[in-house]
Design a protein around this ligand. Structure first.
Ligand code: SAM
Length: 325
């Protein structure tokens, strides 16, 4: 496959966007029904409760059991908004998620923190969540290995994962591939002193709340979708889905972008209801599923989802960017 990455699509030249828009199946307000009857992909605004409700109830399936939302951080469609306006905007789709999800459900949200501006909007977002019906459950940090400014400061990019529950959903313990090396952690079991190695059911350790075993997506990885500037690693999303949903359950993601949640649901036998405001990302989401079904590929690495229509993209306008919201 030819090396032909797309530029970052939210800030791309309008002529590239216009070419890509002409290849998109969905217009704002439309929903793509998966021909295999499993998933739905919409093009719409997460803050439009009429549209999110339509997406989640259109074919009368059971209410979703899990939400994995990854909103743009303090950027509401490219217009820098105040942190207050951002949090008000988040309140709308968090409220819809609560209404639409099952009585016992889990909610995960990826949220950034700007180190140059008092770590906003993370704190304000957490404060807003305290006023909702969700209960806080965990605060996970995904380790970043790549990023800017590490000569003068610690890593700039943050990937925080907030976990909440509604009611009393189940949780399945997950394991990493990291071998359990440490001995010497003892506990008394029925009057006998047991070393942790004797008690554990697994040869590898659990992820805990700092996930160090997941590689950020970059252009050399098969799962890379060029043009998508904020793609989450499939491994992270699969871990969430496996821990907090079961076979056939519905999973919502109102910010699909490269379609990682959809792909994870397809691989794990869940039903995904997802959407994006931008028709180009909604199209990429559909194409990622189709590419996986046809070629068993997770992404396009250094090529791109529109290569058949576009041919090799003019490299003069292309820069490969780090995954960063
Ligand atoms: C951080 S990315 C999501 C990344 C995704 N988890 C992945 O792995 O590819 C956020 C996405 O939200 C979309 N978006 C921005 N505003 C939106 C809105 N009001 N409603 C729905 N989607 C929106 C953007 O177009 C962008 O594709």
């Amino acid at each position: 496959m030819k090396r032909s990455p797309l530029p970052r699509l939210d800030t791309a030249d309008q002529s590239i966007r216009a070419r890509l828009l002409s290849c998109c199946r969905l217009k704002p307000g439309e929903i793509w029904p998966d021909p295999e009857g499993k998933h739905l992909v919409g093009c719409g605004d997460a803050a439009d409760s009429g549209f999110t409700s339509q997406l989640c109830t259109i074919d009368g399936f059971k209410p979703p059991i899990l939400a994995v939302h990854d909103p743009p951080y303090n950027l509401v469609m490219e217009k820098k908004s105040s942190v207050g306006a951002f949090v008000d905007w988040c309140r709308t789709w968090i409220g819809s998620s609560f209404e639409l999800m099952a009585a016992d459900a889990s909610l995960y949200i990826w949220m950034g923190a700007d180190q140059n501006d008092h770590f906003q909007p993370l704190g304000q977002f957490m404060g807003m969540m305290a006023e909702t019906g969700f209960d806080s459950r965990s605060f996970v940090t995904m380790r970043n290995q790549r990023g800017y400014g590490t000569q003068k400061n610690w890593m700039a990019v943050r990937q925080e994962l907030l976990s909440y529950t509604k009611g009393n959903p189940s949780f399945k313990v997950q394991y990493t591939d990291i071998p359990r090396l440490l001995a010497g952690y003892y506990k008394n079991v029925a009057g006998e002193r047991k070393e942790n190695g004797e008690r554990s059911k697994s040869e590898t350790i659990r992820p805990g709340n700092v996930w160090v075993d997941i590689q950020q997506v970059f252009y050399r990885m098969e799962e890379n979708v060029s043009g998508c500037y904020a793609q989450k690693p499939l491994k992270a999303i699969e871990r969430i889905i496996e821990s907090s949903s079961g076979s056939g359950d519905g999973v919502i993601d109102f910010f699909s972008h490269s379609g990682t949640t959809l792909l994870a649901c397809e691989r794990l036998g869940r039903r995904c209801l997802t959407m994006d405001l931008d028709p180009i990302f909604a199209e990429i989401t559909i194409r990622r599923l189709e590419n996986y079904r046809k070629n068993r590929k997770l992404g396009w690495q250094a090529s791109n989802p529109f290569q058949e229509e576009l041919g090799v993209v003019d490299s003069a306008v292309v820069t490969v960017v780090a995954a960063d919201a």
